[in-house]
Write a protein that binds this ligand. Sequence first.
Ligand code: PLP
Ligand code: LYS
Length: 436
Amino acid sequence: MIQVNKDGHLMIDGCNSQELVEQFGSPLYAYSETIISNQCKEIRKVFLNKYPNTRAMYAAKAFLTTGFCKLLEREGLGIDVVSGGELYTAIRANFDPEMIEFNGNNKTEEEIRAALEYNIGRIIVDNPDELKFLESICKEMNKKVKVIYRITPNVEVITHKYIQTAQKDSKFGFPLDEEIIYPAIKAGIDSDYIDFIGFHFHIGSQLFQNQAYLKALDVVFLFMQETRRRYKYDITELNVGGGFGIKYLKSDEKKPYRYFLEPIMKKIDEFCKEHSFTRPSIVIEPGRSIVGEAGVTLYKVGNIKEIPNVRNYISIDGGMTDNLRVALYQSKYEMILANRATDKKDYTASICGKCCESGDILITDAKMPKPKRGDILATFSTGAYGYSMSNNYNKNATPAVVLCKEGQADLLVKRQSYEKMIENEIIPQRLLKSKN
Ligand SMILES: Cc1ncc(COP(=O)(O)O)c(C=O)c1O
Ligand SMILES: N[C@@H](CCCC[NH3+])C(=O)O
């Protein structure tokens, strides 16, 4: 759990944040294993154990390391990958390939071949072109793979424009125009190499309304019926994606998993009953909601600049390199001084990163105790899309990642060394020549 102790220190599953920074350096991503386990437990309770024939495939893009794969395995989740790198990570962690599925709008030939070689459980085909491409590779490799079609249901979702994915004008998913989707379904049913088993949608991320999922289901139901009517074929799997929103700010009204999953399952059951379908396997792909609130990022305060009558700026030793979400989506975060969390918050300042970008501001006008150099600053809910979107801009090193549990912190990722950062760089021979 993440809480402040009586001395005003932020504790992450019993680990003192200041000591974590002393031991592992800063910036540092610190995760509470208990929070992650609790999220998984909730998914088992309200979904996996409640309804037979269901799977939860964690969306690796939110955060994935080899060690984390082991935790997912222990918690009974599968993994949804979107790249050869994520696939490789899961395979290197000996993750059961049957519990891996592959999403993404442009899987390369190399990635498809790897997925087929590892015999992963499902490939979520994104568009008709990919269907043909996949089939040709399967044929050449003499492999048959279970395939789900990702459709674009054309429903409205309320979230940042960059993370809406259900609108017709989207790079993701099959368009539902009759002349596109039906030939694709027929091709999948007839194919010797594609085992077409169902539909997938993922309507967006950081969502708080279940209505959009229910509307997307209506679209899928239509295609289930039409697939039966036209081809006498019933799908056996339906993947409703992820997107369940988390709490970034105290004011965010987060909804529990059951708020989404209960009406989804009820609607599916009712539809299946009414139209005499055997309920397909239902799959979810949560990413952010499993790891988001479990992670905090710890920084050290550096320069403090006060511009009289304008604003105060606190510079930290990270920024958009470890948290790109603010620059990308204008996301809002909350912070505390993790070593003085109970001191009076009578100072206002913007928290700025150390990159050479004016937009590298993590929080505008935050309230805090007057900070001093070396204080530990923590931002909350950075467990999803923080480390996974980290980058080496300005040649800043990627922070370490630790997993905390009952007062013990274990490294999941070492802090990147400068040596590692430049290890793929080459000085061409001709530039090694001495100066003219
Ligand atoms: C296909 C797909 N599945 C699952 C997810 C996970 O979404 P979230 O992290 O919001 O749960 C995403 C990302 O938005 C996605 O694109
Ligand atoms: N990277 C995004 C979410 C990814 C959406 C994936 N389809 C975020 O931080 O919110």
